[in-house]
Design a binder for this molecule. Structure first.
Ligand code: NAD
Ligand code: 44H
Length: 397
């Protein structure tokens, strides 16, 4: 909905990818950005800082982008203000983490419900590392707890939802850097255009609009994130500080190449991606995650191991599907084992929960609960063996 000052986007999650990528592209496309977050200090800093820098770093040197025209609202303490912003926004985006989508859904539902059926519907795009993240958000928004079932029939007149695949490495930032964000130069933001076709796609420069997102999101998650996480978990186990440090170790590099060769075989067979093109993509990704300028800590990349060990995620997703098709999964299983060993890491609640789950459950129950894999699936006995090995080592320690 265009207002007197131009286009407006509400973005949930003013963290690394939010400030460094999504808001930067929205700003460069002429949007005013209203950040919604729950971190009070961050909200205050955003509201008292009129501009911040997005700093791209790489072997080609450094370049800077200055971001202005934004505000922030605390979604915990100022819900009514946020509902009004959503009522009058053109776009809602988010990068809060896949497990947080259920918490942001109620306020988005209220904002959508207040919109007029006669205006252009709100464009909603979740920017998370997860397959179908916008669909997940939409299902929470449309849940009877958040939207009156009687209003669902006309909901499409007030909001439309498009899945996306977002790719840019944004490491944890220097705590003294204020709002500035240091990140890699490379970016890719691919969005399904089909839900917006009859209402017009939002004019966000840099988005690649596609008809079929599945190959893009699977290629991204099963290459960038599988490779990144493989390096991080092997690196954590071998006490490396950053992903760059991990990749200097020849054995870890071989594990990363092995895992990405296994996902390459699956992606080529499943989506008909050209093998040479996927090999080139894989090599480019290995170079990107090994960017020495990013200082990307293994703990950030390995964060939330329970999420990363879940059914549709970067390891279990491709490993289960490849095993079902009798394709090799040795390196993926090595990486899965390292993920199960990522326990009790300071500042990572899921790594603590993982430790409890591992100590209180049989290997079979762990595979069922954590990975969502059934005994009838071909990968099942191999995962049980992995869990047994990790549990046995924990008992010895
Ligand atoms: N950092 C990257 O390289 C990168 C790249 C692509 C995609 N992503 C994805 O983007 C998402 C965010 O990652 P990040 O690295 O920016 O994390 P981050 O921790 O830097 O940012 C998350 C932000 O969400 C906020 N938040 C938490 N709960 C909230 C709530 N209920 N309402 C509003 N805000 C809330 C946090 O306060 C924080 O500011 C994840 O899904 C991640 O997988 C990250
Ligand atoms: O954000 P996560 O926890 O899903 O994964 C950690 C990193 O692999 C991820 O943030 C990458 O930096 C990003 O996906 C690159 O596009």
């Amino acid at each position: 909905m265009a207002n007197a000052t131009g286009k407006k986007a509400v973005h949930f999650g003013a963290g690394n990818i939010g400030r460094g990528f999504v808001a930067c592209f929205l700003h460069n496309s002429g949007y005013e950005v209203v950040f919604a977050d729950v971190n009070g200090d961050l909200i205050d800093t955003i509201n008292s800082t009129p501009s911040y820098k997005v700093i791209e770093v790489g072997s080609e040197g450094t370049s800077e982008n200055v971001i202005t025209n934004y505000r922030a609202i605390n979604s915990r303490t100022h819900e009514e203000d946020l509902v009004e912003e959503i009522r009058t926004a053109d776009v809602v985006t988010c990068s809060v983490g896949p497990n947080i989508l259920k918490f942001i859904a109620p306020v988005i539902a209220k904002g959508i419900d207040r919109r007029s059926d006669d205006e252009t519907p709100l464009h909603v795009i979740a920017c998370e590392n997860a397959i179908g993240a916008t669909d997940t958000l939409a299902s929470y928004i449309k849940d009877a707890k958040n939207t009156d079932p009687a209003r669902l029939e006309t909901h499409h007149l007030r909001a439309r939802y498009a899945n996306s695949a977002i790719d840019r490495i944004v490491p944890a930032q220097d705590p003294n850097a204020g709002l500035d964000v240091k990140l890699e130069k490379f970016f890719e933001w691919v969005v399904d255009k089909t839900p917006f076709e009859d209402i017009g796609i939002p004019p966000i420069e840099g988005i690649q609009w596609v008809d079929n997102l599945e190959p893009f999101i699977e290629r991204k998650l099963y290459t960038v994130n599988t490779g990144h996480a493989t390096a991080a978990y092997h690196g954590y186990y071998r006490r490396k500080r950053t992903v760059y440090d991990a990749l200097q170790d020849k054995e870890i590099m071989a594990e990363v190449r092995g895992a990405l060769t296994e996902t390459k075989n699956l992606l080529v067979a499943k989506h008909g991606i050209d093998e040479e093109a996927q090999l080139a993509y894989m090599n480019k990704i290995i170079k990107r995650i090994g960017n020495p300028h990013l200082e990307d800590a293994v703990e950030r990349v390995g964060r939330a191991p329970l999420r990363k060990l879940s059914r549709k995620e970067r390891f279990i997703g491709p490993a289960a599907e490849a095993a079902e098709n009798d394709m090799p999964v040795k390196y993926l299983l090595d990486a899965i084992e390292m993920t199960f060993r990522f326990q009790d890491v300071e500042g990572d609640d899921e790594s603590k929960e993982l430790s409890t789950i591992m100590s209180e459950n049989t290997p079979e129950d762990v595979v069922a609960k954590v990975c969502g894999i059934k005994p009838t699936e071909k990968i099942y006995p191999r995962l049980v063996e992995v869990v047994k090995r990790v549990q046995a080592d924990s008992q010895e320690e």
